[in-house]
Design a protein around this ligand. Structure first.
Ligand SMILES: [Zn+2]
Length: 233
């Protein structure tokens, strides 16, 4: 009897592990097509910024411009609608725009049609502001869910996860910079944040200070900083 319980417990544990990977695993394709890194043939990597725009986007753009770096910004529709000029400055300066939903919910709290509404609503706002249709999608909190695969297919989007999560929302700049530079490799996709889950007024100083350390360190190692489209090409 005891061994049957252990076996049942083990099976349930394995199923939970699979479910957690399906939702959050960087290589999972269960809830829609998704990529998490590019090919390793060239010394280039992609910095990505989620949750903007916010007032911290401007100093980040200044830094990227200073170092001739390009990046991809996964904007929240409602944040872009609040700060349309700042949102547009990102694409005007040659950076790539991706979809990070309309209001940044955890998608597992949504029905499939709710998921579709979040993705399609963001797509509409970003198209209006930037005049082009995003082709990359990043799920809030990295959580994919039922309905996302269909939404991505119908809206022409591919999911983008990451090879390195910078933890810039909770760690000091020096730790974030150490983490990112340690994970830098050909084809890497690095996830940072120029907002904090769409909260107006949130403090993103650690991200800006980390990027100030990261850019020269990666340049010293001869990495070219490119968009997601370029790193995947
Ligand atoms: Zn986010």
């Amino acid at each position: 009897m005891r061994s049957e319980w252990l076996l049942a417990g083990g099976t349930a544990g394995a199923a939970m592990g699979w479910a957690s990977w399906a939702v959050r695993g960087r290589s999972s394709q269960v809830f829609g097509r998704s990529v998490w890194r590019g090919p390793g043939g060239r010394a280039r990597l992609a910095l990505t910024f989620d949750d903007g725009p916010s007032h911290w986007t401007a100093p980040l753009l200044d830094l990227l411009g200073e170092w001739g770096a390009k990046a991809s910004f996964f904007q929240i529709g409602e944040a872009a609608r609040r700060l349309p000029e700042l949102a547009r400055r990102v694409s005007d300066e040659g950076h790539e725009i991706g979809n990070h939903t309309l209001s940044h919910p955890a998608l597992y709290a949504k029905t499939p049609s709710g998921v579709y509404g979040e993705v399609a609503g963001c797509q509409r706002v970003l198209e209006e502001i930037h005049g082009c249709v995003p082709r990359w999608f990043r799920a809030p909190y990295g959580c994919r869910w039922f309905g996302l695969g269909r939404a991505q297919r119908e809206l022409g989007l591919t999911g983008v996860m990451w090879s390195c999560l910078g933890l810039d929302w909770k760690q000091p700049a020096s730790a974030v910079a150490r983490r990112v530079t340690a994970a830098a490799e050909n084809g890497a996709i690095i996830c940072l944040h120029d907002g904090r889950a769409g909260r107006p007024g949130a403090d993103c100083r650690s991200t800006v200070d980390a990027v100030r350390l990261i850019l020269p360190a990666l340049r010293d190692r001869h990495f070219e900083l490119v968009t997601v489209s370029e790193v995947l090409a």
